[in-house]
Design a binder for this molecule. Structure first.
Ligand code: TLP
Length: 343
C-alpha cells in the first residue's frame, strides 16, 4: 500500500466507509425499492443539477447506456479519438448500439467547434443520422486535463445547432470542479447527460451514476436492465458512494497537490513530463521506447507501481491511498532510475 500509482481505481474502502455500507438500509432496486440507491440517485441529481440519476455498476456501463439512450441504430456519434467511451470500451457502442463513430481530433481530447463543423455532413440519404457528441472531463488520455467551460460551451452550442445531444463522461468530473474551484453542477450544466464515477478518486469500491432529464433516465433504466445492470440490494454499495460524495470530494485537492509536486520533482530530475494546461491527479511521463519497459520493471521491483499508455508513456495517478510517504518513496526510486538510465 502507499505506492500503487496505476490508477485511482485501486483505492480500498476505509473502515468508516465500510461502516456506512454495513448499516445501509436496502431493498430490491429492480423494484425501485432500495432506499439507499434512491437516496444516492437523488443526491447526485441535486449535486449535478439534473432531474434524475441512475446508479450504475461501472463507468463503462454508464457511458454505454448513455449512448444507447441518446441514439437509434446507425446514428452517428461524434467523439474525440482519445475518449474513454471509444478508446477503452471495447467497441461496445458499435456492438450493442450499432452506432457509427465519427472520430474527431483536438487538443487535450477536446475538439474545437470548427473541427465538429467540418465533420458534420448534410442530412442526406447517403449519410448516417448525426445524433450525439460525447465529451470527457477530466480527460484521461490527455493526462487528467481539466477542460475549461469556455472551451466546452462554444463546442456544445455548435453541436446543438445541428440538433445533436451531448453526453459528458465525467468519471472524474469532481477533479475538474476542484481544479477550477467551481461546482460539478456548473460543469454539468450545458450537457444533456453526464456520468460520474464513485470508484475513482472518490474512493468507493464500486459504482457510477448517470444523470439527465427524467424521461432520459426512465429510458436509460430499460437499457441498464437489458445489459444486466439491474442490481438488487445495491444499497450496500450505494452507501459507499454516498459516503464518498459527503467526505471525499474536497480532499481531491490533496491528490492534485501531490501530483503537482511529483510533476515538478520529476521534471527537475530530467524526466519528460507532459503537463496539461490545468492538471489534476495524473502525471504522464514519456520515455524512449527502448527504455519504457525497463523503467516500469525497475519501478515495480522497488514497489512503485505505475500504468502505461502506449509503448512510451507512463501514467501515475494520485489518490486516497497515496500519502506523502508514498510520494517521497516513489521520488527516491525515480531518482535512482534516472541515474540508471543516464549511466
Ligand atoms: N478508466 C480506467 C481505465 O479504463 C483506463 C483508468 O484506470 O483510468 N471514463 C473514464 C474517463 C475513465 O477513465 C474510466 C476508467 C471509465 C470511464 C470507465 O470506468 P469503469 O472502470 O468503472 O468502467
Amino acid at each position: 500500500m502507499g505506492t500503487d500509482f496505476r490508477s485511482d481505481t485501486v483505492t480500498r474502502p476505509t473502515d468508516a466507509m465500510r461502516d456506512a455500507m454495513m448499516t445501509a438500509a436496502v431493498g430490491d432496486d429492480v423494484y425501485g425499492e432500495d432506499p439507499t440507491v434512491n437516496q444516492l440517485e437523488a443526491v447526485t441529481a441535486e449535486m449535478l443539477g439534473k432531474e434524475a440519476g441512475l446508479f450504475m455498476p461501472s463507468g463503462t456501463m454508464a457511458n454505454q447506456v448513455a449512448i444507447l439512450t441518446h441514439t437509434e441504430r446507425g446514428d452517428e456519434v461524434f467523439i474525440h479519438r482519445d475518449n474513454h467511451a471509444y478508446y477503452y470500451e471495447g467497441g461496445a457502442a458499435a456492438m450493442w448500439g450499432g452506432v457509427t463513430w465519427n472520430l474527431l481530433e483536438g487538443i487535450e481530447g477536446t475538439p474545437t467547434p470548427e473541427i465538429l463543423r467540418k465533420a458534420i455532413r448534410p442530412k442526406n440519404i447517403h449519410h448516417p443520422n448525426p445524433r450525439l457528441l460525447c465529451l470527457e472531463n477530466t480527460h484521461n488520455r490527455a493526462g487528467g486535463a481539466a477542460i475549461r467551460l469556455d472551451r466546452l460551451v462554444p463546442l456544445i452550442d455548435e453541436a446543438r445547432s445541428y440538433g445533436l445531444g451531448v453526453h459528458l463522461d465525467g468519471a472524474r468530473l469532481f477533479n475538474a470542479a476542484i481544479a477550477f474551484g467551481i461546482s460539478g453542477r456548473d460543469l454539468a450544466q450545458p450537457v444533456d447527460s453526464v456520468s460520474i464515477c464513485l470508484s475513482k478518486g472518490l474512493g468507493a469500491p464500486v459504482g457510477s451514476v448517470l444523470l439527465g432529464s427524467r424521461p432520459f433516465i426512465d429510458r436509460a433504466r430499460i437499457f441498464r436492465k437489458w445489459l444486466g445492470g439491474g442490481m438488487r440490494q445495491a444499497g450496500i454499495i450505494a452507501a459507499a458512494g454516498l459516503y464518498a460524495l459527503t467526505n471525499n470530494v474536497q480532499r481531491l485537492e490533496e491528490d492534485h497537490g501531490r501530483a503537482r509536486l511529483m510533476a515538478h520533482a520529476l521534471s527537475e530530475m530530467g524526466y519528460q513530463v507532459m503537463l496539461p494546461a490545468v492538471p489534476t491527479n495524473m502525471v504522464m511521463l514519456d520515455f524512449p521506447v527502448a527504455v519504457a519497459t525497463h523503467a516500469v520493471d525497475h519501478l515495480a521491483q522497488n514497489q512503485v507501481l505505475v500504468g502505461t499508455m502506449g509503448p512510451q508513456r507512463v501514467r501515475l495517478v494520485t489518490h486516497l491511498d497515496i500519502d506523502d510517504e508514498g510520494v517521497t518513496h516513489a521520488l527516491r526510486v525515480f531518482r535512482d532510475l534516472s541515474e540508471h538510465i543516464h549511466a
